[in-house]
Design a protein around this ligand. Structure first.
Ligand SMILES: [Zn+2]
Length: 624
């Protein structure tokens, strides 16, 4: 069923099934009189409602437990943590031979696919698709071949607390189901901005489960925001310069075209890229740039060296079209992973090996990209949009885009070039002073290997001097980072961090993070200040930018006179500044601070001196 042809399902949303008569907030179609009757005892709750509704947490788990009871040798439901509100988080494992131990599965060279649903709990299409796919793998057996070699693991409701904050008013842009969950978790954090900083209990539980399972392929299911167009299934797999080269090649040459063809051959229309318009009020300007820093699930997969796929069903298609479209791309992926199992396992092993050699780069001077932005190149993209009109709006005062449902198939420029905006030569190891406990706790949550120093140590190390930071005023994800909220490519507020060599002190119990480990990229993304989701940018090091001691004016008066007497050049510089800078000349404080800032008393504040050392070797460091 192609989109645009399936409007009757919208009408069902009027509530015929359950007799609801409350108007949808924005869908104008009249309710249909056609009743919905589904007899099949294994119909999923969404199918039973003819896709008018999605089951709540209890009904979802009840269905899954029925499937588990009917196919105990192939299904296992496993808790992996708790949400902030205390709900159990589960994965569902489908394994044809009843082996549910991840180590045994990997030893048998069977690829593991992990599918995450409902991270934005108003976007739960993937959950209902996974219920149907699971049923078809182990109950009806129409898809049992998909478990021939691969193991299918899915999280039905990752943001379970958001999932239960149900309302018909949660997603104004989205066409059904009748009620849906909320984007934020129990503390209103967006879990899909939390992968690197790991503030939420859900993220910490995910990281532990992820490392236990070490999936070979990761999927995160969503529903779009943004423009209107013909596609119902859109998806993106990262292939940028920080994706291991072999993986990027397989993603571009095999996985992406295979899934596009599969989805199109199964009654849907796929876009092999997530559609972001370069300009919101003129689709003709083309498609914008997609890059995922590690705050996002799929961006985090880059650091783990695993291919990740963002699936986004189009919000304006009806729920039946979206759930069945999500089903098809997952079925297509499972088919591909079974077919390319050996290749995929080898690519992941190569990525792990590559990550382990990161700490040897001080010798070879290899640069590792930390942050990317659009590089200015575009590639023609055959866009299947809808014709639209633009007119000046008396409401907004800006151009008003109105979409028709008439196809507009046109070649548009798509931004595809990458520019490296921050890079570094990886050190052999980082040394984090013991007192930065929250910074260390995040690395521990990521299961980065660390050792502790056995005695205090001081010495000259490579580190950064940072200045010019501007912190965002309104909160973003409960913090006030040095970047501008969602505009992750806005580097203007970051200021600069310059590599320096400085004497630093590290108490006993300081943390050594060697980069000869599989998670070397996770450590670099967290500890290199210029990386887009670094601890410094998220505010974990804010206190290093605070001046703690000040000079009293009558003390600085004396200091200024002494300094000018000793240093005629300094005196001349001061006089020039007074003559040329009226704001400076008019500020008694600034005139006195001029001298304090140039004195050893100010330097003792160490404002902006990054406390983490970059070591080129561990020689002399007291560590086992
Ligand atoms: Zn989403």
């Amino acid at each position: 069923m192609r989109m645009g042809l399936s409007l009757p399902a919208v009408m069902i949303l009027g509530g015929v099934v359950y007799g609801q008569t409350v108007a949808q907030p924005r869908l104008m179609e009249a309710p249909t009189a056609a009743p919905c009757v589904v007899q099949d005892e294994w119909a999923t709750p969404a199918e039973k409602s003819c896709y008018a509704t999605t089951p709540d947490y209890a009904a979802t788990m009840a269905y899954l437990k029925r499937v588990e009871a009917a196919a105990p040798g192939e299904i296992k439901i496993e808790p992996f943590g708790k949400t902030g509100e205390g709900r159990e988080l589960d994965i569902v494992v489908a394994s044809r031979d009843g082996v549910f131990d991840p180590a045994a599965i990997h030893a048998a060279k069977r690829p593991v696919v992990l599918v995450q649903n409902s991270i934005h709990a108003g976007e739960m299409d993937g959950k209902d698709a996974c219920l149907a796919l699971l049923r078809d793998m182990v109950i009806t057996k129409s898809k049992s071949a998909l478990l021939e070699r691969a193991v299918f693991v899915f999280i039905p409701m990752y943001n379970a607390d958001g999932h239960e904050r149900r309302s018909r008013y949660n997603r104004i842009n989205q066409d059904g189901p009748a009620e849906m969950g909320w984007r934020g978790n129990g503390t209103n954090l967006n879990l899909n901005r939390d992968y690197q900083k790991a503030d939420a209990p859900e993220t910490r539980a995910f990281l532990a489960m992820f490392h236990q399972w070490m999936p070979d392929f990761f999927v995160d299911d969503h529903v779009t925001d943004g423009a209107d167009y013909q596609y119902d299934v859109t998806f993106t797999m990262d292939d940028g310069p920080n994706v291991p080269a072999g993986t990027a090649k397989w993603v571009d040459e095999v996985a992406t075209p295979t899934l596009e063809r599969y989805v199109d051959a199964h009654g849907h229309l796929a876009s092999p890229t997530y559609i972001t318009l370069a300009s919101d009020n003129d689709p003709a300007e083309g498609l914008g740039f997609n890059d995922n820093p590690p705050r996002f699930s799929t961006g985090y997969m880059i650091l783990e060296g695993r291919p990740g796929m963002l699936v986004e069903l189009h919000m304006l298609k009806d729920y039946r079209t979206r759930v069945t479209g999500n089903y098809e791309i997952l079925a297509g992926l499972m088919e591909l992973v079974n077919r390319d199992a050996d290749k995929l396992i080898a690519l992941n092993a190569a990525a792990d090996q590559d990550a382990k050699t990161m700490g040897s780069h001080p010798l070879s001077n290899v640069k590792y990209p930390l942050a990317l932005s659009w590089g200015g190149q575009t590639t023609p993209f055959l866009f299947r949009g809808y014709k639209y009109t633009r007119e000046l709006s008396g409401v907004s005062g800006a151009m008003w885009v109105r979409y028709t449902h008439e196809p507009w198939n046109v070649s548009l420029p798509a931004q595809t070039g990458f520019k490296v905006t921050a890079e570094t030569t990886p050190p052999a190891a980082y040394l984090i002073p013991a007192q930065w406990t929250q910074v260390i706790s995040v690395l521990a949550a990521h299961q980065v290997e660390m050792t502790r120093t056995t005695a205090a140590w001081s010495g000259v190390v490579e580190t950064y001097r940072c200045n010019g930071m501007v912190w965002q005023g309104p909160p973003f994800e409960g913090r006030h980072p040095t970047f501008n909220g969602e505009a992750q490519h806005d580097a203007g507020r970051f200021g600069s961090c310059v590599l320096v060599r400085e004497p630093l002190s590290f108490p006993a119990g300081s943390v050594v993070v060697r980069l000869n480990q599989r998670l070397s990229r996770v450590a670099m993304a967290w500890l290199e200040p210029a990386a887009p989701d670094s601890a410094l940018q998220w505010g974990f090091f804010d206190s290093i930018f605070e001046q703690k001691e000040y000079g009293e004016a009558y003390v600085l008066e004396e200091l200024a006179r002494e300094m000018m007497a000793k240093d005629p050049k300094l005196k001349a510089e001061f006089e020039r500044k007074v003559a040329s800078d009226p704001a400076f000349a008019g500020s008694p404080n600034a005139r006195l601070e001029f001298f304090y800032e140039r004195s050893p008393w100010y330097a003792a504040n160490r404002v902006g001196l990054y406390p983490v050392g970059r070591l080129s070797s561990l020689e002399g460091i007291p560590v086992h």
